[in-house]
Design a protein around this ligand. Structure first.
Ligand code: AMP
Length: 672
């Protein structure tokens, strides 16, 4: 355990809109609250001219600084810029996204008065780092090891990119596991005592950006994923977008103005829509009230649950198609499914629940586990198992996953030759032997694809490489391509000639836009730099606040009737001048550095201390404990404590009620 100096492994649910972190401690999962006391943290990063904010602060800043507040990195990670999904999302994001030379999407923001460019991995790494900091603050020790979850339908590049994000955040990513599988682990731990024999469980996970459905069987400690289906671009954000669109049109109809060109107005409307959507999960009507939304025009409107359902009808339908596909693929009759478990914030939508109940022909759905926390819960359990921590409750849990998409090679004529079919249990190794088409062929170009279509142009190209072989007659070389998928669903491809008689050389032509090792290392360094800058900014703000407090507290103190009556006019003037100087300087030097604020604090002390010293000496000429070593507010606090002490002595000797009043006022104002 952390307290004993042992390494603790955490589980992170890196969500599209919110992230959650948990740890297995004291024989149970603890979901870790963040610095705001919340159990989930917005997956937002916001950049200003002098600081970088992550989580709640970034979300709060997004309305006023929309173009530099980044979210939805999970919707970009591992995708190409030209991906139609990226193109359509891009239109709705207030921040700028461009393509690099490899068609990789790059987020552009303005930070510290400079244009900064980040790939999605870098933004996700900042969120992961925040989750790590949250757990370190909670556990009181450094955290390195983590299990991170991804949607089951994330493809190869998206998984790799998420792993890279973890590395940039300085985490040792022990494993990437699928979100519905993590939720299944949470369910398994929760239901352990009740599971007798074999139990078929359907996990429905609808979050902010993705839908994952999964059918699993639980038998003793064995959790086996049977089938999965999903969409990495279907979730709460899409429902929000529909509502935003609806209100944009209403505003246009009412005011003949289009707010789409104003990122701030759009951002405010989006917030209001997300809130309204949540309201519609428990009420049938939600209102939108936005003062001065656009060009000074207020916008007040409302939406019914029925209208919301109508706006998203096709999305809800799509959810059900995927549910059906998953059940059909499993070849299991839906009446044999014992539990339908709801995961993800969007699974609270009543229409979604109703469609699921109709489909499964049941009156109830499983609400035993918290839909916002189930995934982090399961990830924490998995992390503790991987780190070898012993607990009878979880130690023997065994999770067996399947591949979400078929993997294969391109055959002649652009046809997909599947090597590992989807829903194959992993880890797995399968191979395929092929030969040359032409006499004396010396180059073979191999394309690796994932997807379910017969023609490769409809599938996703993962990578390509060239085999160089010595010339042989057509059909002679027996080239074996081996596909190995590891426990994390990550593919490793190797090639050899069956007889080992022919020498081959493999040249990788592209690496799917993945970050190179050098780029990751560069980002790790940048991350460290960002962290140092954040720390510097924090210290500067603290120094500024301390100086401001010191000046105001000092003014309050000398304005107090009792102190004032003991000060000469000249001393009072001296202190007031020093305070005025500092406050004036503060008013025009917002961007000053920590040292400057501390220097001014010392200057204030110089004006204040001799006068206080004199006052205390007058009260008690024999006291030597009057040269406190602290500075600023702390010093002042100390002065006032001493003053209070002496004044109390004076109270005993003179018994004047006035002095008691003075001590109480000063101590009440100044001391915490
Ligand atoms: P997750 O990725 O699981 O954190 O889910 C986040 C998504 O769930 C966001 O799009 C939220 O707007 C949505 N959400 C959270 N609570 C509710 C609710 N009560 N009704 C509808 N959607 C919700």
């Amino acid at each position: 355990m952390a307290a004993n100096g042992e390494r603790v492994a955490i589980g992170i649910d890196l969500g599209t809109t919110y992230s959650c972190v948990a740890v297995w401690r004291n024989d149970q999962v603890e979901v870790i609250v963040n610095d705001q006391g919340n159990r989930t943290t917005p997956s937002y990063v916001s950049f200003t001219q002098n600081q970088r904010m992550i989580g709640d602060a970034a979300l709060n800043n997004a309305s006023t600084n929309p173009i530099n507040s980044v979210f939805d990195a999970k919707r970009l990670i591992g995708r190409k810029f030209s991906d139609p999904m990226v193109q359509s999302d891009k239109k709705l994001w207030p921040f700028k996204v461009i393509a690099d030379d490899n068609d990789k999407p790059i987020i552009v923001v303005n930070h510290n008065h400079k244009e900064k460019r980040f790939p999605a991995e870098a933004i996700s790494s900042m969120v992961l780092e925040k989750m790590r900091e949250i757990s370190e603050a909670y556990l009181g020790s450094k955290v390195k090891d983590a299990v991170i979850t991804v949607p089951a339908y994330f493809n190869e590049s998206q998984r790799q990119a998420t792993k890279d994000a973890g590395a940039i955040a300085g985490l040792n990513v022990m494993r990437i596991i699928n979100e519905p599988s993590a939720a299944a682990i949470a369910y398994g731990v929760d239901m352990k005592a009740c599971i007798r024999g074999r139990r078929n469980v359907f996990i429905f996970d609808l979050g902010g950006g993705t839908l994952d459905v999964s059918l699993l069987t639980f038998e003793m400690e064995d959790i086996q994923v049977k089938t999965i289906a999903g969409d990495t671009h279907l979730g709460g954000e899409d429902f929000d977008n529909r509502m935003v669109d609806y209100f944009v049109k209403e505003f246009q109809r009412k005011n003949k103005m289009d707010i789409r060109g104003d990122p701030r107005a759009l951002r405010r409307l989006r917030f209001a829509c997300e809130k309204a959507k949540r309201t519609l999960s428990c009420n049938t009507l939600a209102t939108i009230e936005l003062d001065f939304l656009y060009q000074g025009i207020d916008f007040y409107s409302s939406i019914t649950r029925a209208k919301f359902e109508e706006l998203n009808k096709d999305y809800f339908q799509k959810c059900m198609e995927l549910v059906e596909k998953c059940v059909i693929d499993s070849k299991m009759d839906k009446s044999n499914i014992h539990d339908v478990v709801l995961v993800g914030g969007s699974s609270r939508i009543p229409k979604v629940r109703q469609l699921l109940m109709d489909f499964f022909g049941r009156k109830d759905l499983c609400n035993r586990i918290n839909p916002d926390e189930a995934v982090a819960h399961g990830a924490a359990v998995h992390a503790s198992i991987l780190s070898g921590e012993f607990s009878e409750k979880v130690q023997s849990l065994l999770l067996r996953e399947v591949t979400p998409l078929s993997l294969g090679l391109e055959k002649h004529g652009g046809i997909m030759e599947t090597i590992i079919p989807r829903n194959t249990m992993i880890p797995t190794t399968m191979d395929h032997v092929f030969t040359t088409h032409f006499h004396n062929q010396t180059n073979i170009l191999i394309h690796v694809y994932e997807g379910e279509r017969q023609t490769t142009r409809h599938n996703n190209l993962l990578g390509k490489f060239v085999l160089e072989i010595p010339p042989y007659p057509r059909g002679v070389p027996q080239i074996k391509v081996c596909f190995q998928i590891d426990e994390e669903g990550i593919l490793h491809v190797s090639v050899k000639e069956k007889s080992n008689r022919i020498n081959m050389k493999v040249t990788i032509i592209n690496d799917k836009g993945r970050l190179s090792r050098a780029e990751i290392e560069r980002m790790v360094r940048e991350n460290e730099k960002n962290k140092a800058e954040d720390e510097r900014y924090k210290k500067k703000v603290e120094a500024k606040n301390a100086l401001e407090n010191y000046a105001y507290n000092m003014r309050n103190a000398i304005n107090d009737e009792d102190i004032s009556s003991k000060l000469s006019l000249e001393d009072k003037q001296k202190i007031n001048d020093a305070i005025d100087l500092v406050l004036k300087w503060l008013g025009i030097n917002d961007a000053a550095e920590q040292d400057d604020f501390e220097r001014y604090s010392k200057d204030l002390s110089k004006a204040f201390d001799p006068i206080m010293l004199k006052m205390i000496k007058d009260l008690s000429p024999t006291d030597n404990d009057v040269t406190p070593s602290t500075v600023g507010n702390d010093k002042m606090k100390r002065w006032l404590q001493i003053l209070a002490k002496h004044t109390l002595q004076a109270v005993y000797s003179t018994l004047t009620g006035d002095i008691i009043g003075f001590v109480c006022t000063v101590i009440g104002d100044i001391l915490p």
